[in-house]
Design a binder for this molecule. Sequence first.
Ligand code: GLN
Length: 263
Amino acid sequence: MKKKSLILLLSLAMIFTFVLSACGGGSEESADTGDDSAVLKVVTEATFAPFESTEDGDDTIVGFDPDMMAAIAEDQGLELEWVNMEFDSLIPALQSDQGDIICAGMNKLAGDRADKVDFGDTYFESDLMLLVTADSDLTGIDAVTSDMKLASQIGTTGGDMVQAMKDEGKIADGVVLNQWTDCYLQLQNGEVQGVIVDKPVGEAYLNNHGDIAKFVGESFGEHEEFAFAVQKGNTELLEKLNTGLANIKANGKYDELVDKWFS
Ligand code: GLN
């Protein structure tokens, strides 16, 4: 009798163990079946209105870029989350697998960026301009004198330009700051005599500050082509983003967003 009950007990234990592992395995299987479909991390620097910015006291990132990427994601069945960080951290973030996509009004032609990440198709074009106070006598970038200071954002084409002008002795100092909003503040506080900024971004600033600031002169520097970027070699994702961009351009969504953010 004892032997029979022992066998029964062992059988029940084996069945119980099997059921447990089957349930446990299910959760692993569901993970393998892609239920944890990857949410792609988009990294940006959100003081670059109207491409990306945050409302006062709210971390939500709004602008042309989030709207454009949301339309691309919907078209391609992707899920995105946005992370705000300093501009010069964006490429390192992809290189260290801390981000999947850069979308930040980033010029794909600048420097060695394309050696570090893979850029997609151009989604916007721009040039650099000199922003000064409304009462400035400056007539353009060529009128800047060696006693002056210019500001721009660190790691950007504008930032590189003010540092080059400093190195060449064309200005007394090239002030590179983490946020565009700080650059504007330094201008208004008289700390610097000009800000080198992307034309559409400077225009957005002037829309709300046309009484205290202005553009002077013509655009200068390399003509810029803004593009999103993915980690080096992620051609599958890049093809999806490029296809999505082509589709929203074809169906009118892209133009609708340009009107929304730049009219
Ligand atoms: N277009 C400039 C660049 O690529 C600035 C970008 C930005 O500040 N978000 O460097």
